[in-house]
Ligand binder design. Sequence first.
Ligand SMILES: Nc1nc2c(ncn2[C@@H]2O[C@H](COP(=O)(O)OP(=O)(O)OP(=O)(O)O)[C@@H](O)[C@H]2O)c(=O)[nH]1
Ligand SMILES: C[S@@+](CC[C@H](N)C(=O)[O-])C[C@H]1O[C@@H](n2cnc3c(N)ncnc32)[C@H](O)[C@@H]1O
Ligand code: SF4
Ligand code: SF4
Length: 358
Amino acid sequence: MSVFLGNPQVLPSRGVPTRGPLTDRFGRTATDLRISITDKCNLRCTYCMPAEGMQWLPRESLLTVAEIVRLARIAVSEFGVREIRLTGGEPLIRPDLEDLVRALRRTMPGIPVSMTSNGIGLAARAQGLADAGMNRVNISLDTLCADTYATLARRGKLAEALAGVAAAQRAGMNPVKLNAVLMRGVNDHEAPQLLHWALENHCDLRFIEQMPLDADHGWTRENMVTAADIRESLAADFDLAPDRVPRAGAPAEKHLVRRRGEERVLGTVGIIASVTEPFCEDCTRTRITAEGHVRSCLFSHHETDLMHLLRSGASDADVTRRWREAMWVKPRAHGMDHTGLDSGDYVQPDRSMSAIGG
Ligand SMILES: Nc1nc2c(ncn2[C@@H]2O[C@H](COP(=O)(O)OP(=O)(O)OP(=O)(O)O)[C@@H](O)[C@H]2O)c(=O)[nH]1
Ligand SMILES: C[S@@+](CC[C@H](N)C(=O)[O-])C[C@H]1O[C@@H](n2cnc3c(N)ncnc32)[C@H](O)[C@@H]1O
Ligand code: SF4
Ligand code: SF4
């Protein structure tokens, strides 16, 4: 992977807008900012991290609260970003998460702040996070079976994650969205149970196709549980109909859910089909990694170092310009559809989802 440190010859200067929204060469505008606040995690989900041997970034390489707030303020005031999501690694690992949320909300009161988390330890912190101004949380929940949780997440306890879901709801961070990655032969048979549970517990469930972003490079197209597989599996218990509400760049395609043969709509379920039904044409994301690099796409092979600028006294104008240049060269798409995979054009990035900030 290459990191642009500041050599003006490597980044483009022609065509890059100098003001207005954060756009790329293909006409997309980034309105959502996703910031990874740590690369560390207390779980080792098989589809994301290796079981052992993770090398974490040194603490001094992570963005500080003040640096995150500065970047977010620039994104909101210069680019018109409308939403900030904190992710990782596991955001709850950072003891200053509440301070960060409070500072973001104080600086940009009109901008919602949300978090994607595995929910471990959330039970004790949900109310404090809500009081600090956190608007919503999305929680990873791949299984309802404690043994399968142990196989998939390899650390932590299912009961702790479930307690986190309940605490987030009690604290008013609703709707709580649940993210489930299905793995063939491990938890794919649980799709209907997960949906029953989510409907009964008033959560918005989304199933996610596994992407080739695991640290072990163990992903295969043949083994991946596809959106079509998920719809088929849910059809045993449910009738699904497309939700006509516009998707507006959201990765999840939503379906209205009815119990088989019944009229009443019970809720919705989302399917995030990044591989088989990509949504890159409508992508609205700009990402900052935990060490302060702009990553224009999950599947980029290079990053642009803003931390270096922040820590060398650069002005907001300098940071803004470098960020615009980084996003201008965002790839058109991830290339992991059949065309890319079969032609050998697709190359897996050398950073795992946890390091990028999923
Ligand atoms: N291909 C692709 N997948 C993404 C992107 N962002 C999120 N995802 C996938 O969607 C899953 C859920 O993401 P979340 O962090 O919960 O965020 P979200 O779904 O955008 O959040 P909401 O705004 O609450 O709908 C992630 O685990 C990824 O697998 C993206 O930019 N590209
Ligand atoms: C990288 S995690 C970071 C936040 C938090 N630790 C969590 O698990 O929610 C963000 C999301 O990425 C998803 N994810 C991780 N690896 C993935 C992969 N290889 N393919 C698809 N989604 C993945 C997780 O399920 C989770 O919903
Ligand atoms: S998916 Fe989230 S919880 Fe699981 S290992 Fe990756 S960062 Fe940790
Ligand atoms: S893969 Fe890249 S371009 Fe496609 S939706 Fe995700 S971040 Fe956007």
